[in-house]
Design a protein around this ligand. Structure first.
Ligand SMILES: Nc1ncnc2c1ncn2[C@@H]1O[C@H](COP(=O)(O)OP(=O)(O)OP(=O)(O)O)[C@@H](O)[C@H]1O
Ligand SMILES: [Mg+2]
Length: 466
């Protein structure tokens, strides 16, 4: 076949994802490639509404534009990018043509790699400079979830961003404290100014003071000759995020308190105080009130820090967010790992709901990442999780068995019948395994394929005597 004008259909069929709709949204044309991509017969869909064919299509929305536009979409094959062009006959708009610029994640990674390479070559230093310009990595849009608890957190962030008061973020490990700190800065009117981060647990006590407050020329051996600015001065006009504030050396706490109250700092070996305009955000995964009782944290500093308190809820407290979090994590990891996971088996979600998640969203991320390494196709299945599989299988066999034996009136009396059945089954299993193991917790944890601390947590929750 000659590649002549007569063969236009051949050319057309080789463009990615061509589809046309009329002003009603009815599909009037679809090329072969598009049909194959959507796994449908080419002519079967002509005459149908586009949303019936492709529920997430943005073509109807595209009918209200007059110019060519770029649209991102997600499908089973990952993320795609299409171009939409309204069709005109004379001055009259008659429909919309869409074709794919990038079809599926594979092309997207390829595109991203080449784009990065191109930018690197064209503007060797520009990408790095741009990253350095903004000190933060996250914004409020990265906080995923729609449970009431997380909605409250987002509201508190917005409110905190409007003021200059000190914020104390509390919450278990992996609940997003860092995310909250970055988001507050990015929403505040300091967003264009520095965001400086310091982790008090990573600071050797001897260095902590000079890291925070800096030092003057020649103030100690090993000091840089011309002196050095501390984090407070670096954060001037911006935000200083003190992570793991619970590890702040006791000796340094009065000096920190003074900086917060007087809004001025003293460099080590400095003769006069230096005024600073810094907004402080601190985070702690330990309960500071407990530390105060043990004389490890100063009460006056606590009150000064705790002007606005934001508590990040544990994953257990917002289990209704787990689907949304999982989907978002998979989308991110698809890109990073070059995978195309689009589905999660309902049993996996049941497993997730059973688990206590002591490491919260960070642990969820790790568990999903590990499972994705085993997944070949487009679905995440229970067998991809090394994770606690055996216990869940046992649990479900037992709970099905039990719930079958209950009468309707018995169930009606229960406030949360499913929860009760699950808890009973879990409790029974734990008691049995503990007894089989002669009450040896390490052994029992091994048999149950859970970590020992989690076993303790479960025993506490299910009121099993130690
Ligand atoms: N609500 C959320 N939405 C999306 N991702 C989240 C959320 N909460 C936490 N994460 C993710 O979980 C991981 C851990 O979050 P982060 O580092 O903010 O936890 P943390 O509370 O500071 O924990 P730690 O006390 O251990 O430092 C990050 O990858 C973060 O992106
Ligand atoms: Mg953190």
């Amino acid at each position: 076949m000659d590649p002549t004008f007569e063969n236009y259909e051949l050319y057309l069929d080789n463009i990615a994802g061509v589809m046309v709709i009329d002003m009603e949204g009815t599909v009037t044309y679809m090329n072969e490639q598009c049909a194959q991509y959507l796994k449908v017969k080419k002519n079967e869909l002509v005459g149908k509404n586009v949303l019936e064919v492709f529920p997430h299509s943005k073509m109807i929305e595209g009918l209200s534009y007059n110019e060519r536009r770029v649209v991102f979409y997600s499908s089973y094959a990952g993320i795609g990018i299409s171009i939409q062009k309204p069709l005109f006959v004379g001055n009259k708009k008659v429909g919309l043509l869409e074709y794919d610029a990038i079809q599926g994640s594979e092309f997207l990674y390829d595109f991203a790699d080449k784009y990065r390479l191109f930018l690197d070559q064209e503007f060797k230093y520009l990408p790095r400079e741009m990253l350095l310009l903004s000190g933060t990595k996250y914004s409020i849009n990265n906080i995923i979830g729609s449970s009431q608890k997380i909605i409250n957190v987002r509201e508190q962030i917005t409110q905190a961003a409007r003021s200059n008061s000190t914020v104390l973020i509390t919450g278990e490990t992996g609940t997003g404290k860092e995310l909250v700190a970055h988001s507050i800065h990015n929403l505040s009117n300091r967003r264009k100014n520095p965001f400086v981060r310091i982790n008090a647990s990573a600071l050797p006590e001897a260095l902590a003071e000079s890291e925070l407050f800096g030092y003057e020329e020649g103030s100690f051996t090993g000091a840089i000759k011309e002196g050095k600015k501390g984090k407070f001065e670096q954060a001037n006009t911006g935000t200083l995020f003190i992570d793991e504030i619970n590890h702040m050396p006791l000796k340094l706490q009065p000096k920190l308190l003074r900086a917060l109250q007087e809004k001025e700092i003293d460099r080590i070996g400095g003769a006069k105080s230096i005024p600073v305009d810094v907004r402080i955000i601190a985070a702690s995964s330990r309960d500071l009130k407990e530390l105060i009782k043990q004389d490890e944290f100063r009460q006056d500093l606590y009150y000064r820090l705790n002007v606005i308190e934001i508590h990040t809820p544990s994953l257990r407290e917002r289990m209704d967010d787990i689907t949304q979090l999982t989907e978002s994590i998979i989308l991110d990891l698809n890109l990073v790992m070059g995978k195309r996971i689009a589905k999660v088996s309902p049993t996996v979600y049941r497993m997730f709901e059973e688990y206590d998640w002591p490491g919260n969203v960070r642990e969820l991320h790790n568990v999903i990442e590990r499972a994705m390494n085993f997944a070949e196709g487009d679905s995440l299945l229970p067998e991809h999780f090394e994770f606690k599989q055996v216990i869940f299988e046992k649990l479900y066999q037992q709970s099905e068995h039990e719930s079958n034996q209950r009468t309707e009136s018995e169930l009606l009396e229960e406030e949360n019948p499913i929860e009760t059945v699950k808890n009973n089954a879990e409790r029974e299993l734990l008691i049995k395994v503990l007894s089989d193991c002669g009450q040896n917790k390490s052994k029992a944890a091994e048999v149950l394929k859970i970590a020992r601390p989690l076993l303790y947590q479960k025993m506490k929750r299910l009121q099993i005597e130690k």
